[in-house]
Design a protein around this ligand. Sequence first.
Ligand SMILES: *[C@@H]1O[C@H](CO)[C@@H](O)[C@H](O)[C@H]1NC(C)=O
Ligand SMILES: *[C@@H]1O[C@H](CO)[C@@H](O)[C@H](O)[C@H]1NC(C)=O
Ligand SMILES: *[C@@H]1O[C@H](CO)[C@@H](O)[C@H](O)[C@H]1NC(C)=O
Length: 440
Amino acid sequence: MLESVVRRPQRLLFALIAFMVVLFFTTYLSLSSWGSEQVRTHFETLKAAFNKNATQAAVHAQNEIASTISIGGQPSQAFMDGIKTIDDLRKYAVKGEDGNLYPPTFVPSEVNKLPRAKAGFIVLVRNNELEDMRKSMRDVEDRFNRKYGYPWIFLNNEPFTEEFKQGVKKMTRSEVRFGFIGPEMWGYPDWIDQTRAAESRKKMAEEGVIYGWSESYRHMCRFQSGFFWRHNLTMDLDYYWRVEPGIQLFCDLDYDPFVFMELNDKKYGFTISLHEYVKTIPTLWDRTKEFMKMHPDYLAKDHALHFMTDEPERLLEPGYNMCHFWSNFEIADLRFWRGQKYTEYFDYLDKAGGFFYERWGDAPVHSIAAVLFLNRSQIHHFNDIGYFHGPWTHCPLNRPKFHDNGKCLCNPEDSADYNDFMCMKEWWRTSIEGDPNQRS
Ligand SMILES: *[C@@H]1O[C@H](CO)[C@@H](O)[C@H](O)[C@H]1NC(C)=O
Ligand SMILES: *[C@@H]1O[C@H](CO)[C@@H](O)[C@H](O)[C@H]1NC(C)=O
Ligand SMILES: *[C@@H]1O[C@H](CO)[C@@H](O)[C@H](O)[C@H]1NC(C)=O
């Protein structure tokens, strides 16, 4: 024995280590209040960490429990047929630090293995809107995103504060990105006469035009028209859902709206449509007519002009009825904005200066482009997404379908759908689907 240690000194080291380990455990057991029980738990944790099969089995068990995902209306096949009773589950339960046995936990977006679209939430927001932002996120996560885990992309023309970043991170388990909007996307292009822009703001302030006085509102509208879809942080996405601080969602969304868009070749989705204030866009339609004269081939074969004029057969001639999709909510295809037709249209409008000399909103700009360049089947009204953005509410009207089953929490009587300021009847006369409330 001694001789072998002398011949191989490393054996002494092994013996020493073995001795230390035994000493450590005996001390541990005698000091620990629930002794061997705790050691057992620790060993099980270790075993689970090193035994990949155990981990996989646990995931399968979780899938089993959460397999309420329905495919084509049918509940999907259970993953682990072996587990039938709560007793079967016992071996997958985990002892908590309080000593109780906890059933396997699961993160819905991880259990939901359905393929995802390349999509995310795009939010333009200021540091001082943190609390309203958190409320919006709460609704979006509860009603939809917990089950899918799409990323959040926050953009700001000022640097985000640490407080803001931490505040929104705490509202989601998804990836969160923070992007800065530089002066090339939020500032005056060199062809803009800033004196003339200031005069326009002064005039609109006197006339009481909504946000007419605000310089940053105009930069915002220009950014939302021409730049969010080519910002670095959004370039890897095909689809986006635009979310603003202070919105509310009223209904569970039990399917993936991005995948819906892809399945149906939809390019633009909205919830509320209404009339624009004439004073904010006095020349937008004229500039659009000029653009379309240069590019008559850009008009889609089955365009949706009936939404914007009573006589669609006369194309843009009858003038604009001010109907547009309210763009504070959008689920749309970024590739539509990135495409040649829209890019050229935006550039033409930008050169005309109406974002600054008038107060062109991104909503009518997006809407006109969608109506002209898309087939009407590619524009979608998300009737099933109950939505509030002050002061308007859209709440689905069909009670058996949306209310009696616990899906939505809103009052159909608050829904603005049939309000005269809205443009839903103009949309329903245009769309292929028609008024969902007239459907049986
Ligand atoms: C681990 O899982 C694989 C496949 O799931 C299986 O073939 C293998 O036998 C398992 N190993 C053990 C030790 O259970
Ligand atoms: C995007 O990234 C490129 C390369 O990293 C950089 O040159 C450019 O300034 C970035 N643009 C924005 C808007 O952040
Ligand atoms: C509109 O539909 C026609 C066929 O009716 C098709 O040729 C055209 O590409 C579609 N337009 C767009 C923008 O998808």
